[in-house]
Write a protein that binds this ligand. Structure first.
Ligand code: PSV
Ligand code: MN
Ligand code: MN
Length: 392
């Protein structure tokens, strides 16, 4: 069944308001633990990363914010960086702290047995809050690499107590308009026991902190087979889904382009978002990408990712909710599943192309960027680009 004109119009207006936040680290060189492949023309500093991110916004119209990672994006003058972003038509989004590249953190950061190391990790967040003040960012994003490799290495329970205390100190350093958003990941770099391995642990810490603490769901941070849309529904039900880190995984934390590995999963996630009304700009859910483009060109990689999120969202918006509810309530299992699959199988690309043209954009963002000559310009102008941060 094709969508009615009313359903298409409603989908268009919801899509016109959607925004997706880009990670600054997607634009620098990156790789795996085996090799970082350098690409010509990559940014040499955070100012150039913002310039590249602004290209993604320029051609998609829906990517107006850029997350920073500190200290990968360390600059002397954050006011100047925020002004630069504004001049480019974008703004600074979430500030990510970094607790995974300092020798002191070998046995943990916010959970470390030594109070000196914990204090150092807390202090790093106080500095991140200063960056938030200078850039107008409202989200402080924490991902904790802390954990154990061997049973008995440390007390699992004591680490949770230390974590709760450290998080309390960080939360107390926030301004009233700031949020603390807390990511989880089931393994890596620790392999036996991770200190925030799952959404339940993240949620418990958030509940203890207060209402401005929210869970971040990175789609790559789950065991194979995990029903991620269930987690989305559950967190939304409790008003604690603060943000997504979107990416694709075939195996673990692959950080590949969102929608590449499992577009159907992305659709199912967006269906829960739409059903809960969480797509609205004031819903409090920040739709961010957390990806690295190791072998593909970076700006087009981000453009494609943004488009993949838009396509999954458009399909979710086209679910015939009345028909779905009727089928669900009458116990029509196949009918209900059919309604969902009809929406998933709709080709939404013409709808999105029309919407872009209506917004004064090119119908084909990938082609328009390729034709712009931007890649050739940066390849000629930027010599000696640096790494995204991984392995830097
Ligand atoms: C950790 O794997 C993670 O997903 C966190 O979000 C980090 O901040 C990010 O990767 C860095 O790329
Ligand atoms: Mn992440
Ligand atoms: Mn990750």
């Amino acid at each position: 069944m094709s969508p009615t004109p009313e359903a298409l119009a409603a989908a268009r207006s919801a899509l016109a308001q959607q925004t997706i936040e880009l990670p600054s680290w997607a634009f620098g060189n990156s790789g795996t633990r085996f090799k970082v492949f350098g690409q010509a023309g990559v940014p040499r500093d955070p100012f150039e990363k913002l310039a590249d991110a602004a290209q993604v916004h320029r051609y998609t119209g829906v990517a107006p914010r850029v997350s920073l990672h500190i200290p990968w994006d360390l600059v002397d003058d954050y006011d100047a960086l925020a002004r630069h972003a504004k001049d480019l038509g974008v703004q600074i989004g979430a500030i990510n702290s970094n607790l995974f590249q300092d020798d002191d953190y070998m046995l943990g950061s916010l959970t470390h047995p030594d109070a000196r190391v914990r204090a150092k990790a807390v202090q790093h967040h106080v500095q991140c809050v200063d960056v938030m003040r200078a850039t107008g960012s409202t989200d402080l994003k924490l991902w904790l690499p802390d954990g154990l490799n061997y049973p008995g290495q440390d007390s699992i329970r004591a680490r949770q107590d230390r974590l709760a205390e450290s998080l309390q100190e960080i939360y107390a350093a926030l301004d009233p308009e700031h949020r603390l958003i807390l990511e989880y990941k089931f393994f890596e770099p620790a392999f036996y026991s991770t200190d925030i391995p799952d959404w339940g642990t993240s949620l418990l810490h958030c509940l203890a902190l207060g209402e401005r603490a929210m869970v971040v769901l990175d789609t790559g941070h789950h065991a194979p087979g995990t029903n991620i849309e269930f987690i989305v529904a559950q967190l939304l039900r409790h008003g604690r889904l603060g943000a997504f880190d979107f990416n694709s995984r075939f195996y673990a934390d692959d950080d590949l382009m969102v929608g590449a590995a499992d577009p159907f999963q992305l659709f199912r996630i967006m269906h829960e978002i739409v059903q809960s009304g969480a797509l609205a700009p004031d819903s409090g859910v920040n739709f961010m990408l957390d990806q690295c483009h190791n072998i593909e060109p970076k700006i087009p990689g981000q453009i494609r990712s943004v488009m993949n999120v838009q396509e999954a969202t458009a399909k979710a918006l086209l679910v015939d909710t009345a028909a779905l509810t009727a089928a669900q309530q009458s116990g029509d299992v196949l009918g209900a599943n059919g309604v969902l699959m009809d929406a998933y199988n709709t080709d939404v690309r013409p709808l999105l192309a029309d919407l872009r043209v209506e917004q004064g954009l090119d119908a084909d963002p990938m082609g328009a960027f390729a034709r712009s000559g931007y890649t050739e310009t940066i390849v000629a102008e930027r010599v000696g680009g640096t790494q995204a941060g991984w392995g830097a």
